[in-house]
Design a protein around this ligand. Sequence first.
Ligand SMILES: Nc1ncnc2c1ncn2[C@@H]1O[C@H](COP(=O)(O)OP(=O)(O)OP(=O)(O)O)[C@@H](O)[C@H]1O
Ligand SMILES: Cc1cn([C@H]2C[C@H](O)[C@@H](COP(=O)(O)O)O2)c(=O)[nH]c1=O
Length: 188
Amino acid sequence: MYVVIEGIDTAGKSTQLEILAKKYNNAVFTKEPGGTPIGSKLRQMVLTGEANSKLAEMFLFLADRAEHMQEIVLKNKDKMVISDRSMISGIAYAQNLPLKTVIDLNLISTNNVLPSHVILLKLSKKELENRLSQKEHDSIEARGIDYLIDIQNRMEETIKELNLNYIFIDASLSIEKISKDIEDFLNE
Ligand SMILES: Nc1ncnc2c1ncn2[C@@H]1O[C@H](COP(=O)(O)OP(=O)(O)OP(=O)(O)O)[C@@H](O)[C@H]1O
Ligand SMILES: Cc1cn([C@H]2C[C@H](O)[C@@H](COP(=O)(O)O)O2)c(=O)[nH]c1=O
């Protein structure tokens, strides 16, 4: 089982992953970007805004994804792998290229492997504003509310376009209710 938890910045992914880690103690917990040693270096480069070119930034994420797929997802294919973000973020955040082109590039980076379960936590604009106002912003969060809402729409479009097995959850529900909905989805 290859489970991914998706959502724009502050949607509540880490909060739910912490709960999942207590329930599924045999699962492998990982993340993109930064789930491998090379990935940690790539994460640092992208989030501090080292790349001036949007294309260069996207290729750094794709390099991270290729390494992550080979070293974490495929090496643990007999286990439950639960990842904070995935190719869905990769496709949605690479807004400057047509969806179809970015899907093809991402499929190359994952060797055509798709997640078996996708959980998308969806924020309203108001709740996103509220949550972002309470934290310091990295170079991507600094692009603003409208940018992130566009990305969230692109995440939905990507999940549907790829015909994935998914659940969309209102991220402003209580932490407990979200966690119950996730557990029910994983047990279906
Ligand atoms: N269901 C919820 N209701 C209210 N607040 C929440 C909920 N879930 C998470 N939060 C709060 O929202 C903030 C962001 O949560 P979290 O760090 O889990 O998001 P994230 O998706 O992992 O963010 P990022 O992608 O930026 O790392 C935290 O302050 C967290 O306590
Ligand atoms: C995988 C991936 C991520 N991003 C963006 C999304 C976030 O702004 C950061 C990652 O930070 P987090 O603390 O892990 O949420 O990177 C992206 O632009 N493209 C991608 O492929």
